[in-house]
Design a protein around this ligand. Structure first.
Ligand SMILES: [Fe+2]
Ligand SMILES: [Fe+2]
Length: 168
């Protein structure tokens, strides 16, 4: 049975569970990119984003106890790695477009949660949201091409992951 941490409603816990899943995914997307990337610009890009995502993950873990995290966490690790590797294989424009789509999804995801939190957790979500937006912008301006069908697919995948992780 899920233990509700005092101070969080079950709705808030389900939102934080999806945030945790998202940050696990994000860390692993950048690790996947670093695993496959040879281009020094891509490596520097992924390293700088990974540093921020690791900080986000640690922050969410500091407020969401392990028993409240998604039971699918190993899947979010694998999905992130696979997406990161796929992004590298597709070339630079494809990679930056993929990241821009993921980060755009995450910004909207955090934005939707703002009405439900207050105090320090709300501050944290605002801070993460603004850093994800920096990531989105950083990726978007590096891509000279768009991949509309793929970008839609990526956002659909993120949306499915949010549905699953907010429940389980
Ligand atoms: Fe993040
Ligand atoms: Fe990000």
């Amino acid at each position: 049975m899920t233990t509700v941490k005092p101070g969080f409603s079950s709705h808030q816990l389900s939102m934080l569970r999806s945030d945790h899943a998202g940050e696990v995914g994000a860390v692993n997307i950048y690790k996947g990119i670093l695993w496959g990337a040879k281009d020094s610009v891509v490596v520097a890009f992924a390293n700088s984003h990974l540093e921020v995502e690791s900080r986000h993950l640690a922050a969410v873990e500091s407020i969401l106890t392990p028993e409240n995290r998604s039971i699918f966490s190993p899947i979010w690790v694998i999905a992130g790695r696979v997406l990161g590797i796929m992004a590298v294989v597709g070339g630079k424009n494809f990679l930056f477009s993929t990241i821009a789509s993921v980060e755009e999804f995450v910004v909207e995801h955090y934005e939707r949660q703002l009405p439900y939190f207050h105090g320090s957790v709300r501050e944290l979500i605002i801070e993460m949201m603004s850093e994800e937006d920096t990531h989105r912008e950083d990726a978007a301006h590096r891509s000279a091409k768009s991949f509309p069908f793929w970008e839609l697919l990526v956002k659909k995948g993120c949306s499915l992951a949010v549905s699953a992780s907010s429940r389980f």
